[in-house]
Ligand binder design. Structure first.
Ligand code: DOR
Ligand code: ZN
Length: 358
């Protein structure tokens, strides 16, 4: 048996990914197994074309996802509905009651990929938000203003003040997740925001700052929205994720785009991390001296926020002496999707397992 001082291995409850993009068709078939390999559940974003707007859209999409889950894994997609200015409180309530969607996603129109059907006038969604507050259905927000007059690096901070705070003042009982928080101000807002607010943090925003994308050449595979910020913001995210605070949990925002759409003059926003997300996260927590807090961030806090039980299945994390090589790309149809490269070696392997460690 390996000497555990050299190659420690331990079990944690199987992680959940509280923010993922699966798309549809060939891409869906390619990426669902990558998530199911490391996660027992994932909250699936609804920004398809056309979007997942109602109960029946969510049911049909969930069926397509389940058809791509490899037999060896138990995996549950948890569905979301796309909030539009026309969304009806009754339909949202029906999906919540039926359990076909567990949250609603707010995209400010124009803020990101497939957000054209999103919200321009936030007054128009007041009735839906009231209903959601009443029935306890969480609102997941893409927290950036889609305002060309606002510098792209400031769009999250401006959103907090201009959009999120007024929404929360009007609906104090509304549960809100500030998705993929990227700034120190966002972290502080969540920490000081009273009850009912939490944030997801991605692996890539914990791993990189904006230099990796822009210094010494422009690297489209590191471009996502919200865009990576300065190092001090990455440090704030790292402190939040490793603090043990229940308000922060993992949402990878793994967002596959075909190579054709990334390596071009106008590159799509999105980083595909599913393949290496958990090992990469283990590396980051290990380097920070916080490996003992990984389970809270990846497997406990999110389930608590969504009032769901923790997964009974386990994952084994194993530290390896030599760096572990992960696939650089995943094939999808005739094209491929580049896998996130954090820019540092990963010495961790993750393997889903129900058996006790021997
Ligand atoms: O980088 C991103 N990609 N950010 C988002 O908000 C959407 C996502 C996507 O769907 O590609
Ligand atoms: Zn996303």
């Amino acid at each position: 048996m390996a000497d555990p001082r050299i190659m420690p291995a331990f079990e944690i409850a199987c992680p959940d990914d509280w923010h993922v993009h699966f798309r549809d068709g060939d891409v869906l078939k390619a990426v669902v197994p990558e998530t199911a390999r490391s996660f027992a559940r994932a909250l699936v974003m609804p920004n398809l074309l056309p979007p997942v707007r109602c109960d029946s859209d969510a049911v049909a999409y969930k069926r397509r996802i389940l058809a791509s889950v490899p037999d060896e894994f138990e995996f549950e997609p948890l569905m979301t509905l796309y909030l539009t200015e026309e969304s009806e409180p009754k339909l949202v309530e029906a999906a919540a009651v039926a359990g076909t969607a567990i949250a609603v996603k707010l995209y400010p129109a124009g803020a990101t990929t497939n957000s054209a059907s999103g919200v321009r006038n936030f007054d128009k969604i007041a009735p839906v938000l009231e209903k959601m507050a009443e029935i306890g259905m969480p609102l997941c927000v893409h927290g950036e203003v889609a305002d060309e007059a606002v510098d792209i690096f400031d769009r999250e901070t401006v959103f907090l003040e201009r959009v999120l705070e007024p929404i929360r003042r009007r609906n104090p009982a509304l549960k809100v997740v500030l998705e993929h928080v990227t700034t120190r101000e966002g972290v502080e807002y969540v920490l000081n925001g009273g009850g009912g607010i939490a944030a997801t943090i991605t692996v890539h925003h914990l791993a990189i700052n904006r230099n990796i994308m822009l210094s010494g050449g422009m690297r489209p595979h590191y471009y996502c929205l919200p865009v990576a910020k300065r190092e001090c913001h990455r440090e704030a995210l790292l402190s939040a994720a490793t603090s043990g605070s229940e308000r922060f949990f993992l949402g990878t925002d793994s967002a596959p785009h075909l190579k054709d759409g990334k390596e071009t003059a106008v590159a799509c926003a999105g980083i595909f991390t599913a393949t290496c997300a958990v090992p990469c996260l283990a590396q980051i927590f290990d380097d920070t001296g916080a490996i003992d807090r990984l389970e809270a961030f990846a497997s406990v806090n999110g389930a608590k926020f969504y009032d769901l039980p923790q997964n009974s299945g386990k994952i084994i994390l194993e530290k390896c002496e030599l760096p572990v090589e992960y696939s650089k790309a995943v094939s999808a149809g005739d094209d491929s999707i580049a896998v996130f490269d954090p820019g540092f070696p990963i010495h961790w392997k993750a393997r889903r397992c129900r058996d006790k460690l021997r």
